[in-house]
Design a binder for this molecule. Sequence first.
Ligand code: GLA
Length: 452
Amino acid sequence: MRLLLPLILLVIGVYGLDNGLGRTPPMGWMSWTAFYCEIDCQKHPTGCINEQLYKDMADQLVSGGYDKLGYKSVHIDDCWSEMERDSNGVLVANKTRFPSGMKTLAKYMHDRGLKFGIYEDYGTKTCGGYPGSYKHERTDAQTFAAWDVDYLKLDGCNIDQAMMPIGYPLFEKELNATGRPIMYSCSWPAYLIDHPELVNYHLIGKYCNTWRNFDDINSSWKSIISIISYYDKNQDKHIPTHGPGRWHDPDMLVIGNKGITLDMSISQFTVWCIWSAPLIMSNDLRIIGDEFKGVLQNKEAIRINQDPLGIMGRLIKNSTDIATYVKQITPSKGDKKSFAFALLNRNEKKGYERVEILLSAIGLTDPAGYYIHDIWAHVDLGLLRPSDSIIVNIAPAGSSFFRADVASIHQPIGRRRYKLDNSNVVYEFEKSQAQFERPDLSDYLRTNRVPF
Ligand code: GLA
């Protein structure tokens, strides 16, 4: 035992951050991309950074049933503090906008079974110009722990790039020293975009539970696509360094915001789910349309995102407009593997794209076949063999998303069947522009169909 303890400590020391948090990608709501740094509560009484906004969103997570699906945390972003620390060097929540203080706000979340996230910056100031943590790391970590914070997003504005590998590990040490489990989101690699040679994700994953590594998202297709293409280009670096407890974060979900159509929403959700990326919404849950809520609450998509293997899906085929992603999921055993796969139509202007997917061509080669489920159409396609094909028509800026349970180790219980002559299948998004262009199941042109 005497020998064992130092050995255990050594192992923890070598393999780094093991606070047991974030075993599946975090899910919640964050203010930034919907409300930015709006601090004028006179002019924008229901849309400014104040305690009421976060209480409202907490209420929405619960009353809207988001929490039951996994969206458990409410995250404050920038612009929450006073411009100055107090005389002891402690951060103070803005007294007008957060009159009850952060500990009380944390309690509001905890009383509802939710988690409470806060924002700080490792530099001298936050990106919005509020006090940063540089040289106050211990005090701030202790302050957050005393406020019962569960998650910290630590930004990296206003600090020298060379300090990143020093500051982020230092803050992790201070957080651990508080004894409170606090999930730790670092923006470390996002500030080294111009120096990819300095980004070592194996190292970052030792200190951080999740990290931003690219530009801020905004509510536009251009922004979503720019993030996707950055991730596509860097997937060989990302995939092996992504998994339980250490997640690449492509930034918030902008579903439900002006400028994002239903097809775009389906696409962002599909890709974020197939990546096992954090699902942190930034929108106004008080006014979100039902169809967008339906996207955010698609249980099968969330199940892929939260799959315990935590594998980031890979782009395996790419053409001018269509990207095909495949991700291994459970149940899998040895070489019997289940998968999720998705096709994204990056082009938001051209018409529908008709694509044929031959299962064996995307790596689904188990001779016993796979039970295939269409995640957006909510249709079971039954058992398909590697030589079978599925034909999909993908809307502009839209996506198709499937799960494939390997038949040799998976027995489906009570799954819906469909009749080939059923020409009246009602799809979820019937009335929206995201209408699936599949008037009947003959759109799934398949060969060698084996019935259940
Ligand atoms: C940076 C981050 C954003 C947000 C703002 C706040 O830009 O990347 O997500 O937190 O700072 O100022």
